[in-house]
Write a protein that binds this ligand. Structure first.
Ligand code: NDP
Length: 475
């Protein structure tokens, strides 16, 4: 059986109701490696009905039963990690080393954290003569992007299960295979029928049907701000809860006392992680005006040392972009950067030398970027760094906050008191000081047009709960 021709509904692999399919293209070769069924509103109806009928029983399972279930999911996931890594290389084009070190284990880590969060979580608290009880919100529609599929599955499915919710997952049409494999893992782990359902399909059909469905109590979305707005509008008529994790244009402030060789290099590598297709990537590097040449030189050397090529090769550090549309979009931004007067330090439009096939981009550094330029304001979602000069600390903070987004920010300084003072003034959901790594136990989400709500850890679990006051409960 080819998984790609089926959906997972009510604990079974079922045939799609319609006959629409979509070719699956390997971004490194541009060759088709199969095709996936694309569902529509009728498929979503069937999956929501399965999730709705599983909810009364699953929502009343005990904490211990759900801990045991999360343990079984972790164990089943761990048995398939090699295969998951190969799928990520094929469908996302992530270098195998990154797939093994980040994509796959971070997906599992969400389930481990959800388990530990659940073990310690207070669902029922006295308040005077009353009780305040937190209960699973209901059927959850989970819509994810293609850039970090397993990480995004974990960020949403793990807390939903921990809360006692039932699920319909709609992955990106561009990266369905990792989700199909994950559904197999859920089946192997013995997740009760109807608790987890999967329908593939595109945003305007399956995604819209899920967001607008009257029997879905919450929709959690990760993707572009445009997609997040569409989901919120579709969800409005049924007054469901909407969680959005959207785009970013995160600033990385090099304060003048930072360790430049280390911090600039790390900033470039972080910007290029996953070929620049990461919502929280530090894509705007803010450099002191009088140290611009030094910053440019480190950035150039780091970009030129990237090993661009076949993601299946262990030596590769930069793979292709996800698809032809993304390649064209990124090329457009590179052209626009030049047209608007940014200075090219390295890279630029076109493919890297010797790579004539595959959606590969040249690792690019622009300097003398101004906050008004398109490349400083919009998410490029490719391996392109914008260096923006600043006059003094106050100017750096002003530039960092001059964005419609507010997902993450980064501060580099040898003086922690100074770095903390700057961090407090940045309008972003997370601030990383001196390269502190992502911690999946801490809240993650955005200010402004980067979203609403928080994922990860305790904050992620709380998103999937309703709050009930039981008055007079204690006499
Ligand atoms: P989208 O936001 O369109 O896709 C994300 C998810 O939303 C996919 O599952 C998609 O389905 C779904 N979707 C799209 N439209 C709707 C809708 N109207 N209703 C419900 N669901 C919908 O991202 P793209 O793939 O189009 O990428 C475009 C740009 O978005 C990128 O260049 C990047 O700048 C940004 N982006 C940002 C991400 C982030 O993490 N910040 C992640 C992904 C993209 P499907 O793809 O199957 O049609």
């Amino acid at each position: 059986m080819s998984l790609a021709s089926k959906f997972y509904v009510g604990g079974q692999w079922v045939d799609p109701i319609g006959r629409v399919t979509r070719p699956l293209i390997n971004p490194a070769t541009e060759a088709a490696y199969g095709e996936a069924a694309m569902g529509g509103a009728a498929d979503i109806d069937r999956a929501v009905a399965a999730a709705r009928s599983a909810f009364p029983t699953f929502s009343r399972t005990s904490r211990d039963q759900r801990i045991e279930l999360l343990d079984r999911i972790v164990a089943a996931y761990a048995r398939h990690e090699d295969e998951l890594a190969q799928i990520i290389v094929q469908e996302v084009g992530a270098p195998i080393k990154i797939a093994k070190r980040l994509h796959v284990p971070l997906g599992r880590l969400h389930f481990e954290i959800a388990r530990d969060t659940l073990a310690a979580f207070e669902f029922d608290a006295p308040h005077g003569a009353a009780r305040v009880v937190l209960e699973p919100i209901g059927v959850c529609g989970l819509i994810i992007a293609w850039n970090w599929p397993l990480l995004l599955i974990g960020a949403k499915v793990a807390p939903a299960i921990a809360a006692g919710c039932t699920i319909v997952l709609k992955p990106s049409e561009t990266a369905p295979m990792s989700s199909l494999k994950f559904a197999e893992i859920m089946h192997e782990a013995g997740v009760p029928p109807g608790v987890f359902n999967l329908v593939n399909g595109d945003g305007p059909s399956a995604g819209h049907a899920l967001s607008s469905h009257p029997d879905v109590d919450m929709v959690s979305f990760t993707g572009s701000t445009r997609g997040g707005v569409a989901v919120a509008k579709a969800a409005a008529d049924s007054v469901k809860r909407v969680h959005q994790e959207l785009g970013g244009k995160s600033a990385n402030i090099m304060l003048d006392d930072a360790d430049f060789p280390k911090a600039v290099r790390a900033g470039v590598l972080s910007c290029y992680s996953n070929a620049g297709q990461t919502c929280a990537a530090p894509t705007r590097m803010l450099a002191p005006q009088d140290r611009l040449a030094e910053v440019e030189e480190i950035a150039r050397a780091t970009a030129e040392a990237m090993v661009v090529g076949d993601p299946a090769d262990e030596a590769t550090t930069l793979g292709p972009l996800i698809n032809a549309a993304q390649y064209e979009r990124v090329q457009g931004y590179l052209e626009k950067g030049l047209a608007e007067g940014a200075r090219l330090v390295t890279g630029g439009p076109g493919r890297p030398p010797g790579l004539n096939c595959g959606y590969y981009c040249r690792p690019t550094v622009f300097s003398e970027v101004t906050p008004e330029m398109t490349i400083a304001r919009e998410e490029i979602f490719g391996p392109a760094l914008c260096i923006i000069p600043y006059r003094d600390e106050a100017h750096a903070i002003e530039i960092a906050n001059a964005t419609a987004y507010g997902l993450a920010a980064y501060v580099q300084s040898k003086d922690l008191t100074r770095a903390n003072a700057v961090a407090e003034q940045l309008r972003a959901g997370s601030v990383h000081i001196n390269g502190a790594a992502l911690d999946l136990a801490l809240p993650f989400g955005g200010y402004r047009q980067s979203g609403n709500g928080r994922e990860h850890g305790r904050w992620g679990l709380e998103e999937y709960l309703e709050t009930k006051a039981i008055l007079g409960a204690r006499g």
